[in-house]
Ligand binder design. Structure first.
Ligand code: SF4
Length: 1023
């Protein structure tokens, strides 16, 4: 056997060389069935297969023999084929591949069982985590890594015992249970005694193939006799089991060629190791082929890649002495250009998104690059989703990998599943109202919150509920309310009819889809593009995935039922596997790993932030998966986990840069505005030096550029047309109006004044509620929002809140800790530090800063607590408040939770509200503070069992330490004379919730308001 290694950087033609070697050997008379080219992924296999076929058809004049065995296969595809052959030879049924989502479902079921049994097999510190969504994913990952490394459940338990890691012992026991269940499912199927197919996960395939060849030596001999030329692409991604499979096959081959680039080895977290390339390199340096000319990357990009590779630790592999493997000077020119590497830093996340959008739009519109030749690579999935949304808004068509969570949680699929669920369950149970509301407010009913409220009232007058409107006889309703009800009724009745006739669940699903009319609606939106278009595309993709899942479920389950399908979908907690990438002309927004075997004319690497890239947070979570891989590799506890992670992050960046053919744009944010500080990654300065060469200048944060997009142009033209009298010249206004008219005639959204929000007719002038018997639910914090800005209250009350951020979680952590006043400072700090490790910080330095800040808040609390005991006595913490306040002009039910309730020296009740904000309100504002005022009013109304004498309220700012521990702001005790004033204020606020007009009132909280971008009170500033 002769082994060649082909080593080279991105685009140096390693894959092409393997194809060429195969073609030449076949042309020289080698039987094509004796050739096996193994690739890392199905997509690479398809590309290589196409290239080899074209090469053979193009060069060979003689008739090619018919080939029964594919010459090119992905490694997993080959392993599966071996298993199928082994099953055939043994007369067994063929193996079946289970999806990641299906495996996840089984793991969750088993964990639920463990929890029900008291989770006795798990270490006590892990028991609370067992029900967490991330735990099952982590456990699945650990089992996959074990399967890839050939670690069976018993060995995992032994390793756990010898390393003093009880979590591995427990995971080993769990793995035994999991294996038994999978075998059982193989024997009886998920719901069908007829199903008899062994089920394997992707990670188990290679191990199972090796086992099959070890057991059936005839099979191994046949494979060795068949494969004379073995070619392996991307060998740096091979994990130890895959490398073993290659070795086993190579033993029989005449020629073996291993191609790869250790500088792009980025699957360390999966146990991949470029060892095979290195081991063979040591054995015989003469049979190493070094490719030093990049046929993909332009010289500038190649130079930057070589520079980054030089920063990798060690000689990366022994034969590459003297620096990186990539000969930058020899890199090929692409289209006669030297290419470009640009590094830009924005002064805000919004600015970075605008920078990227503008660069992409210019590349497409000015330089005529097709959208499909542009890509954006982002390190984290959440950043990718946010950036994709911003790009969509700016008019860049984007194609993102599926990142929408479990299929059942994706809005497109959920719309259909909720109808199926209602049909299977019936709309008459306890949750009928909840279902009805879900159906009416979902994509099928599309009723808005105000109309829903009106519908409830209209039904209430007829003694009917929401569910009655969807199932009983059609109630007489005004046309605007009748329409959504009719839509949902039609879809629901189609589903119920099909279900009652016991039709195939796929048929029922199809009925719902067809009757919903969502297909046309979403297709039209997708064609229009923009944010709605992107959303519609995601919905359509989710529905396609749902149909695939239903098809798969029915195909594998005899006696499949609608309820069974719903349970099956509910158990799938992972995103459905992304299908083949869209053939449409769109910009790919993806992770560096997803980008690995692709390339584009222009690549943007965005979000290169400190803490995110490099991300040196230890991998493996509570189960210590990375540690397990280290132990298997013989690394002791003393070895630093950070250095290998740092190197892997650099390799990941090199791999991402190598996807660009002609242009590379790197972007980051440098901003200390607001609470979240963003600092560019250290890689940014390094790359800037390679980009600028000797002319390197310090990078300065740039403001958001005007984006070359239709919506931005329309916005600017509208601003001119609508500018106040005297702000613009008349000819300018006329010109802008003329341009808008041209754009409107061309169908550009937003150009036609009929689409302008301010010019639309008011849809209703009815109040949200009416009648003296109406009770308004008010929490003290809601009253504060209502007093500050009624419009914000309206929006937040009807779902217009942003997602709960890290700051809010930190606030809850602090409140929970100080609620137990029996703990001393060191106990509180110790608990804080334990909790800290579990919080999802983006960067270690930010986590450390915040920890320090929270430690000082605990110190401030302890000092304040001790000082305040001189005049206050604790009654309770987190005290619940719930009751109707009498004597107001409108009925008000107060609901809330008081941080601390204290008693003063005169026996009166003092309400204390703890604040983590850094800026206290003024003393005057504290006297008018609505939240404290309502608490005091509630005390005086006798809503607390501990007394009805208000003794004032205090705002304690832990984030602003003072001599007394924390800065305090006080509201004096409510006297008999003050009560009517507060009653009037609260009554007026409650009455204001009826509307129909809600004023936008500028206040200190505007900078954190989710409505800010579209707030009328800020319109002149934003236009
Ligand atoms: S930005 Fe300010 S004024 Fe506008 S809705 Fe929000 S809180 Fe009210």
């Amino acid at each position: 056997m002769t082994t060649f290694r082909v080593l080279g950087g991105p685009g140096t033609g390693k894959s092409g060389l393997l194809v060429e070697a195969a073609a030449q050997r076949i042309a020289a008379g080698l039987d094509p069935e004796s050739v096996l080219l193994l690739t890392g992924s199905g997509r690479m296999a398809a590309t290589a297969r196409g290239a080899l076929t074209a090469r053979l058809l193009g060069e060979t004049t003689a008739d090619l023999p018919v080939v029964r065995e594919p010459m090119v296969r992905s490694l997993h595809g080959y392993a599966f084929a071996v298993l199928r052959k082994a099953a055939e030879r043994a007369g067994d049924p063929p193996p079946r591949l289970v999806t990641g989502a299906e495996q996840d479902g089984v793991i969750r079921e088993l964990l639920d069982g463990d929890i029900a049994d008291g989770a006795r097999g798990w270490p006590p510190e892990l028991r609370p985590a067992l029900s967490a969504a991330g735990f099952a994913t982590e456990l699945r990952d650990l089992l996959a890594r074990c399967a890839e490394r050939g670690v069976d459940p018993m060995s995992l338990q032994r390793l756990g015992r010898s390393s003093g890691r009880p979590q591995w012992v427990a995971a080993g026991r769990f793995a035994c249970q999991y294996e038994q269940v999978m075998l059982l499912r193989a024997a009886v199927g998920t719901a069908a005694p007829q199903a008899t197919l062994p089920a394997l996960g992707a990670a188990e395939l290679v191990g199972a193939a090796l086992e099959a060849m070890a057991v059936d030596t005839g099979l191994l001999a046949a494979e060795r006799a068949r494969v004379r030329l073995l070619l392996v692409d991307d060998a740096q991604h091979l994990d130890p089991q895959a490398a073993e499979l290659v070795r086993v096959l190579a033993a029989g081959a005449e020629v073996v060629m291993l191609a790869g680039d250790p500088n792009q080895a980025v699957f360390g977290f999966r146990g991949a190791d470029p060892e095979l390339l290195r081991a063979d390199a040591d054995a015989d340096a003469d049979q190493t082929i070094r490719l030093t000319r990049s046929h993909r990357c332009a010289p500038m990009i190649a130079r930057a890649i070589a520079g980054m590779a030089a920063g990798l630790p060690g000689p990366v592999w022994p034969t590459l002495d003297g620096g990186p493997d990539f000969d930058a000077d020899g890199a090929a020119e692409t289209d006669g250009a030297t290419g470009s590497v640009t590094v830009r830093v924005a002064d805000s996340a919004h600015g970075e998104a605008a920078m990227v959008a503008d660069a992409l739009r210019r590349a497409h519109l000015v330089d005529r690059l097709p959208w499909s030749q542009l890509a954006v690579i982002v390190r984290s999935a959440s950043a990718a989703a946010a950036l994709a949304r911003s790009l969509g808004v700016a008019g860049v068509p984007v194609q993102t990998p599926n990142a929408g969570g479990p299929i059942g949680a994706q809005p497109g699929a959920r719309a259909l599943l909720s109808v199926l669920d209602a049909a299977a369950t019936g709309l008459d149970g306890e949750r009928a109202g909840e279902w009805a509301e879900l159906l009416l407010t979902g994509p099928i009913g599309r009723i808005d919150p105000v109309s829903l409220r009106q519908l409830r009232r209209a039904l209430h007058r007829r003694d009917a509920e929401l569910a009655d409107a969807l199932t009983g006889s059609t109630p007489p309703l005004p046309a605007t309310l009748a329409k959504p009800v009719k839509r949902v009724r039609a879809v629901l009745s189609a589903a119920v009819g099909s279900h009652r006739r016991h039709r195939d669940p796929r048929y029922t699903l199809w009925q719902v889809w067809e009757r919903s009319g969502l297909q046309q609606r979403w297709l039209r939106a997708a064609e229009r593009g923009g944010v709605d278009g992107a959303l519609a595309e995601r919905n359509l993709a989710a529905v396609t995935a749902l149909f695939d899942i239903a098809d798969d479920y029915v195909a594998r389950t005899a006696g499949a039922s609608l309820r069974g399908l719903l349970d099956h979908v509910a158990a799938l907690q992972l995103s459905p596997a992304a299908g083949a990438e869209s053939a449409g002309d769109a910009v790919a927004v993806l992770s560096p790993h997803a980008a690995l075997d692709r390339d584009w004319e222009m690549v943007v690497i965005a979000g290169l932030q400190d803490g995110l890239w490099p991300n040196t947070t230890p991998r493996g979570g509570v189960l210590g998966t990375q540690r397990l891989l280290d132990v298997l590799d013989g690394l002791g506890d003393e070895v630093s986990a950070r250095a290998p992670l740092l190197a892997e992050e650099r390799r990941l960046l090199i791999a991402a840069m190598g996807r660009a053919r002609r242009r590379l744009l790197i972007t980051a944010v440098d901003s200390d505005a607001g609470d979240a500080v963003s600092v560019p990654s250290p890689f940014v300065a390094e790359l800037a030096a390679y980009a600028a060469g000797d002319n390197a200048q310090p990078l300065r944060p740039e403001p958001a550029p005007p984006v070359l997009s239709t919506s931005a142009v329309v916005g600017r033209l509208r601003a001119v047309v609508c500018a106040p009298e005297g702000d613009v010249e008349d000819p300018q206004r006329v010109c802008a109006a003329g341009q808008l008219a041209r754009l409107a005639a061309a169908g550009v959204p937003g150009a036609d004044p009929s689409q302008w929000q301010g010019l639309a007719e008011v849809s209703t002038e009815e109040p949200l509620w009416s009648g003296d018997d109406h009770i308004v639910d008010l929490s003290p914090s809601t009253l504060q929002t209502l007093s500050d800005c009624p419009l914000r209250w309206l929006a937040e009350r009807h779902g217009g809140t942003g997602p709960r951020g890290l700051n809010s979680t930190l606030g809850s952590v602090l409140h929970a800790l100080v609620a137990d006043s029996a703990k001393n400072e060191s106990q509180l700090v110790a608990e804080l530090e334990t909790l800290w490790a579990a919080l999802p910080f983006d960067s270690p330095w930010y986590a450390a800063n915040e920890l320090e800040r929270h430690r000082s808040m605990l110190t401030a609390f302890v000092a304040w607590y001790s000082a305040s005991r001189q005049d206050l006595t604790e009654i309770g913490t987190e005290v619940a408040l719930d009751g109707v306040v009498d004597g107001l002009t409108a009925g008000v039910r107060v609901r809330g939770r008081i941080d601390r309730l204290e008693r003063d020296a005169q026996g009166r009740l003092v309400v204390v509200d703890l604040k983590t904000a850094k800026t206290p309100v003024s003393k005057d504002d504290a006297q008018r503070h609505a939240q404290l005022g309502l608490y005091q009013l509630a005390v005086s109304a006798g809503l607390l069992a501990d007394g009805d004498q208000p003794g004032g309220g205090r705002l304690v700012y832990l984030g602003k330490p003072s001599a007394a521990g924390a800065t305090e702001r006080e509201q004096t005790a409510l006297g008999a004379d003050d009560i009517p004033d507060w009653q009037r204020a609260v009554g007026a606020a409650a009455a204001a919730t009826a509307g129909p007009q809600f004023a936008a009132r500028v206040n200190d909280g505007c900078s954190h308001c989710p409505l800010r971008p579209s707030c009328p009170a800020h319109a002149p500033e934003s236009s």
